[in-house]
Design a binder for this molecule. Structure first.
Ligand SMILES: [Fe+2]
Ligand SMILES: [Fe+2]
Length: 190
């Protein structure tokens, strides 16, 4: 189902496992940003008819945020400062201006972020199995939801303009493959 053209770098998993508390704080911010992003998409004319679906995604992401905050609280890990993700900003920098172009690009970026989250949560669910069963269950429980968000955002873009979505998806998948190869030493999901 996922279209990515580059594998997740081998250094990503050990970096996360080496600092799970920091990765969990980053994950909390990722869910918070996913909730606000779903709401931000409602500003586009082409998505006015999808406002209820976008609200539903925002509510789900807010629930994910609360879930991660619960894990932080039980572990005594304070919620802290977010680190900017060069991978996410690298994708978002290529969003073109102009209603129609902008909404398609924005939806594709959101879709790729959700898709990589889905892929990485699957890896974490598997790899944390023997290390931290509670976190393995957390990640395993989020895989389906993020996969649905990935598909929903791509389908929303396709419903606006199928041909434009294909051509921009090709562009973004190449960009994403370059960006994910850039080293990032911080224990961040993206
Ligand atoms: Fe989420
Ligand atoms: Fe999501």
């Amino acid at each position: 189902m996922l279209l990515f053209r580059e594998k997740i770098p081998t250094g990503w998993l050990p970096k996360i496992l080496a600092d799970l508390p920091a990765a969990l704080v980053d994950h909390a911010h990722l869910e918070r940003k996913a909730a606000t992003t779903a709401l931000n998409l409602e500003k586009y004319r082409d998505l006015y008819a999808r406002v209820a679906e976008l609200n539903a995604i925002a509510i789900e992401e807010l629930q994910h945020f609360q879930l991660v905050l619960g894990h932080l609280g039980r572990r005594g890990i304070p919620f802290g400062q977010p680190y900017p993700s060069p991978w996410i900003s690298g994708l978002m920098k290529s969003v073109r201006q102009g209603q129609r172009h902008q909404v398609i690009d924005h939806l594709i970026c959101c879709s790729l972020i959700e898709g990589r989250s889905c892929e990485k949560f699957q890896i974490l669910a598997r790899e944390l199995g023997g290390i931290d069963s509670e976190l393995a269950a957390l990640y395993g429980g989020l895989v389906e939801s993020e996969g649905n968000h990935y598909a929903t955002y791509i389908l929303m873009a396709r419903a606006i303009d199928d041909g434009e979505t294909d051509s921009r998806l090709d562009y973004y998948l190449n960009l994403e493959a370059q960006l994910i190869r850039q080293p990032n030493p911080l224990p961040m999901l993206h």
